[in-house]
Design a protein around this ligand. Structure first.
Ligand code: NDP
Length: 449
């Protein structure tokens, strides 16, 4: 992260540091993008002349608001809500809502900034945004979750709309929360505006495969990376972190494609199951019962729970970090390299620290950054928006095929851009350059706004 940036982009980064103190995650995300896009900026002097970078690092709008609600004991609680609308140059703002105790402005800004380029990379007409709250849903009753979601929407609704800003889920925001949020939006506005939220239940406007899309998409991306080298997933041991939406469906698709996922985790530790994770049991524990991951090991003969440790100490050929940002550091990366890892794809957003990325790249490990590998989620959200607009419903197989096709295109865009800009095989450079090119050309065309 602290590597010195070239003069072409360094003043922009210095200004970001100065104007946005105490936002380390945002600084990290901006640094990575600026470092990658130097060749694009050098080839297109018009970008610098019209201040594309200076404008891109400043969100179009940042909203912070109070979220008061009453818990089951009758005690008043106050949380903080956020929505950072970063760029609408390619379409309505689009990006998830995160409910987690760690949420702050820096985290929402890093996620929103990443979302601009990820969304551009999908080739669809969607801008970049992110939002959420420092509310922690763990251990809260359904009634508390509902009251919180309603209070959150009491403010956020005025900033949303199918042509303005379309949120979705993220950490701590799944089908239950989206239901409560959408219900309150409908109540306040008196509009059943299906296209203003994605990740809805399939029976009330949601798209098939949206639940599975991020996890499935990350595995499709790995297939593409391996395919370039004539390799496949079959028989490979897969190390997955997390046990939420992204992790569960990465494990499911990897299993379907003949790989052997053997780990999953949550913030208390990880499980290892050498026979391959039993996806039905994992879903029962995490999706139905909302229990801790240790419960899986308690019920599955042969599986073990390792408390307070990270999955990266387990050897495997494929690694898919699917929990949260900065969960895999340089030492973890060295351990994975020593155990023979071949490919790493970020299912989560920015889970690998910059040092870890460097370790993988220097060791010749195929490395896919989140904005490429996990783009399947938002891409399928865009398919949900299309279906809502046309009042259509596409079937599961058809939708999965579309997702597979989109991931192949995302891979091709990143792969081609990396080669065009002199870094063949570097998916970090490729994804950033391909996404940035599209955004920058649109900004240039639309004038100084
Ligand atoms: P979920 O809330 O469904 O699951 C999150 C998982 O990560 C849980 O197992 C959780 O464990 C674990 N986790 C979260 N924070 C921490 C932490 N600080 N330390 C250790 N473990 C942690 O979220 P998602 O699966 O939806 O999201 C996971 C990642 O994927 C995030 O980075 C998100 O931004 C990214 N992503 C998600 C998309 C989606 O469509 N859902 C789309 C693109 C990216 P615990 O329950 O113990 O907290």
């Amino acid at each position: 992260m602290d590597s010195v940036l070239p003069e072409t982009v360094r003043p922009v980064y210095d200004a970001v540091l100065k104007r946005n103190p105490h936002e380390p995650e945002f600084h990290q995300a901006v640094h990575e993008v600026l470092e990658s896009i130097v060749p694009v900026v050098e080839q297109h002097p018009a970008f610098a002349e019209s201040g594309i970078l200076e404008r891109l690092v400043e969100p179009e709008r940042q909203i912070m608001f109070r979220v008061p609600w009453i818990d089951d004991q009758g005690v008043l609680q106050v949380n903080r809500g956020f929505r950072v609308q970063f760029s609408s140059v390619l379409g309505p703002y689009k990006g998830g809502l995160r409910f987690h105790s760690s949420v702050n402005l820096s985290i929402i800004k890093f996620l929103g900034f990443e979302q601009i380029f990820k969304n551009a990379l999908t080739g669809q007409g969607i801008g970049g945004a992110k939002g959420g709250s420092d509310f922690d849903p763990h251990g809260r009753s359904d009634g508390e979750i509902m009251r919180f979601c309603q209070s959150f929407m009491n403010e956020l609704y005025r900033h949303l709309g199918e042509h303005t800003d379309v949120p979705a889920g993220d950490i701590g925001v799944g089908a239950r929360e989206i239901g409560y949020l959408f219900g309150q939006y409908r109540k306040i506005t008196n509009r059943h505006e299906s296209g203003m939220f994605t990740g809805k239940g399939v029976s009330w406007g949601g798209a098939e495969v949206r639940t599975e899309a991020t996890g499935y998409g990350s595995v499709f991306f790995i297939e593409e990376m391996l395919g370039v080298h004539g390799e496949s997933l079959a028989g490979k041991r897969v190390i997955v972190s997390g046990s939420g939406n992204v992790a569960i469906y990465a494990i499911e698709k990897a299993t379907q494609l003949g790989a052997i996922p053997i780990t999953a985790s949550d913030s208390s530790g990880y499980i290892i199951d050498e026979d391959g994770i039993d996806v039905a049991l994992l879903k029962q524990v995490k999706e139905v019962e909302r229990a801790r991951i240790s419960e899986y090991a308690a019920r599955k003969p042969g599986a073990r729970f390792v408390e307070g440790a990270r999955v990266w100490e387990v050897p495997g050929e494929i690694a898919i970090p699917c929990a949260t940002q900065n969960e895999l550091d340089g030492d973890d990366a060295r351990a994975l390299v020593a155990s023979g890892v071949r490919a790493v794809a970020e299912g989560a957003n920015m889970p690998c620290l910059p040092e870890a990325v460097l370790v993988f790249q220097q060791a010749g490990v195929l490395f896919a950054p989140g904005k490429a590998a996990n783009a399947g989620g938002v891409a399928t959200s865009a398919l949900e928006m299309s279906q809502n607009a046309a009042r259509q419903r596409w079937g599961f197989n058809d939708s999965e095929e579309k997702l597979r096709h989109i991931m192949a295109n995302v891979h091709a865009s990143a792969f081609d851009a990396a080669a065009r800009y002199g870094h063949p095989g570097d998916y970090v450079v490729g994804a950033n350059c391909a996404g940035f090119e599209r955004v920058a050309h649109a900004m240039l065309a639309q004038g100084v706004i």
